[in-house]
Design a protein around this ligand. Structure first.
Ligand code: ATR
Length: 268
């Protein structure tokens, strides 16, 4: 019987995950289906339990349900525990197991696809919501010092406190950023969705710097700003999407697909 998987979000119609997983399944010869399911905003848990009871093998979870998914799991992987957010579920013997592949996906895209070496670099993470929390631990693991900037400083402070044992981390306001320079600036805010630019000062990028927007699908104001400010590399988050999907695929199927042809196909 074909194994069933899905991505759950709200809204979900724009999701590229079904196409990505179909391409992975084709490439690795796996007998599986993958669909996009919109859960009502107040109905995430019943949707997940229904899928589990109907025999689905697992699912991905996206905005705005990653924190609820964390709370729902019977068992958590280390990455999900650190992030307090879950993007990948596996249903096993009636139990809901959760992990988070977002951080590994980001690192894989930055290091392998973009060829940017992370060790000992200074990073600035913009935003302190779920998207930012999901990638912090892997950034420390890769040997980076991280400043977290957020309009609402409290939220950045909570994250910095939560991760302070992991590495060098500071919470900053946007005003604090004046005069500071970074090798890597990651936009984990939802500003791009609204065509807004976080209030960044000029002169933020060191020579050779990478500006990375976790959003994909179009040039965001952050990406345009980074180009104008002379960032050496500017990237959207499509590669991260494909890489986090490959990590989830590996959790479910035990094989890691080759992401390059899939990323090429999505870019054309
Ligand atoms: P997600 O789970 O996608 O991270 P979220 O929890 O709603 O979503 O967080 C959105 C993040 O984007 C927050 O850090 C928010 O900043 P505030 O906490 O100060 O609101 C940030 N954000 C949204 N629009 C922004 C903008 N125009 N400029 C800067 N930050 C913005």
């Amino acid at each position: 019987m074909t194994d069933r998987y899905a991505v759950i979000g709200n809204p979900i119609s724009h999701s590229k995950s079904p196409l990505i997983h179909r391409l992975f399944a084709e490439q690795t010869g796996q007998d599986m289906s993958y669909e996009a399911i919109e859960a009502p905003l107040d109905g995430f848990a019943p949707t997940i339990r229904r899928l589990r009871d109907e025999g689905y093998k697992g699912c991905n979870v996206t905005v705005p349900f990653k924190f609820e998914a964390y709370a729902l799991c019977d068992q958590l992987g280390a990455r999900a525990r650190d992030a307090k957010a879950v993007n990948t579920l596996l249903f096993q013997d009636g139990k809901i197991l959760g992990t988070n592949t977002d951080g590994a996906g980001l690192l894989s895209d930055i290091e392998n696809n973009l060829g940017f070496k992370l060790m000992w670099k200074d990073a600035l993470l913009l935003g302190a919501g779920g998207a930012a929390a999901g990638v912090l631990w892997p950034l420390f693991n890769a040997g980076l010092g991280v400043d977290i900037a957020n309009r609402t400083l409290d939220k950045a402070q909570v994250l910095a406190e939560q991760f302070k044992g992991a590495g060098t981390v500071h919470a900053r306001t946007y005003e604090d950023l004046a005069g500071r320079k970074y090798d890597l600036v990651i936009n984990a805010t939802s500003s791009g969705l609204k065509d807004e630019l976080p209030p960044l000062p000029e002169g933020l990028f060191k020579p050779g710097a990478l500006a990375y927007d976790m959003m994909y699908g179009r040039e965001t104001p952050f990406m345009a700003f980074a180009r104008k400010q002379g960032a050496a590399l500017v990237s959207d988050g499509l590669g991260m999407l494909v890489e986090q999907a490959a990590e989830a695929f590996q959790v479910w199927r035990g094989v890691r697909p080759d992401t390059r042809p899939v990323l090429e196909k999505l870019r054309t």
